[in-house]
Design a protein around this ligand. Structure first.
Ligand SMILES: NC(=O)c1ccc[n+]([C@@H]2O[C@H](COP(=O)([O-])OP(=O)(O)OC[C@H]3O[C@@H](n4cnc5c(N)ncnc54)[C@H](OP(=O)(O)O)[C@@H]3O)[C@@H](O)[C@H]2O)c1
Length: 279
């Protein structure tokens, strides 16, 4: 299995060796912010992408002063064509070593009652933007025979999830797409890892309108734990990273059990999981 040195070691930072460059979407909050922080700490410069410029500006100055990282702020709404185009143009410069396709959100409720515009926005962000950014990043990575992409899916991508039907389907797409690309680009010296987190305490639940108690508390993994697991999996050339033993067992179980059973279990978890929604 291919192993690539993505994480700059402490010695090369202290001797002032060239820092690597990562681009993180959804860096203003939660898991994406965790990626930006951990990468800056381990010797990366970072391009941070999200809609909230003020939050990104503060993050950039924090990372610069704490870790000496160069941080470039790119304000973009990745649910829009213009926003994705701006990030594609940045990737086309060909200097990004690591792309983290993390921006995403979920919706919960009976599909027929959810606003269809929001469902389509979810597909635009979770699927269309991710596909376009992979397509923009890969040519220069393959030409250099170096680089990596982490695509953020979810354990929800391992089975259909009634009452989060669109969200789980977007993440199933990301999982299958990433696994297929992993095989395609490995011979070119590029690694694609699909990160499939279980529940993580971020703004995700509030945005989706999910009560956090719907998921067992032992299934929750910290942002730092999720980011470390993803970067370690990338370093080892793994196609999939599922942080947390319980989440790995659940994902395995979903692949082994009859589909009628897994979708009924998933539906029973999310039918009554509603809470006040944000966004
Ligand atoms: N938390 C969990 O339990 C969990 C579990 C499995 C998978 N995930 C996945 O992990 C990823 C990160 O989620 P999170 O938990 O960190 O949630 P979060 O705290 O809500 O962060 C979401 C990030 O995405 C950005 N974003 C949202 N809409 C955007 C848009 N239209 N254009 C550009 N950026 C946008 C947000 O920034 P702005 O609002 O500033 O644009 C924010 O930085 C998502 O793909 C999610 O599906 C999360």
């Amino acid at each position: 299995m291919a192993t690539t040195a993505y994480l700059t070691d402490a010695a090369s930072i202290s001797t002032g060796a060239t820092r690597r460059l990562a681009l993180v979407t959804g860096a203003s909050s939660g898991i994406g912010r965790g990626f930006a922080e951990q990468l800056a700490r381990t010797g990366y410069d970072v391009v941070v992408v999200a809609r909230r410029r003020d939050v990104l500006d503060t993050l950039a100055s924090d990372l610069q002063s704490a870790h000496g990282a160069q941080v470039e702020v790119l304000e973009a709404d990745l649910a829009t064509d213009a926003g994705v185009t701006a990030v594609e143009e940045r990737l086309a410069r060909g200097d990004i070593d690591l792309l983290i396709n993390n921006a995403g959100f979920g919706t919960r409720g009976e599909f027929a009652e959810l606003p269809v515009a929001r469902e389509l926005q979810e597909i635009d962000l979770n699927v269309r933007a991710l596909v376009r950014l992979c397509h923009a990043a890969l040519p220069s990575m393959c030409a250099r025979s170096a680089g990596g992409i982490i695509n953020v899916a979810s354990t929800g991508g391992f089975q259909p999830v009634p009452f989060m039907a669109t969200y789980a389907a977007t993440k199933a797409f990301v999982l299958h797409f990433s696994e297929a690309l992993h095989e395609e680009v490995a011979p070119h010296g590029v690694t694609i890892t699909c990160l499939c987190p279980g529940p993580v305490k971020t703004a995700f639940q509030e945005t989706a309108g999910i009560d956090r108690s719907a998921m067992p508390s032992i299934a929750y993994v910290s942002v730092e734990g999720v980011v470390s697991a993803a970067l370690a999996a990338l370093q080892r050339g793994r196609a999939i990273a599922i942080p947390g033993a319980l989440n790995r067992a659940t994902a395995q179980g979903a692949m082994l059990m009859p589909r009628v059973v897994t979708r009924k279990i998933a539906g029973s978890m999310f039918r009554h999981a509603g809470s006040k929604r944000r966004g």
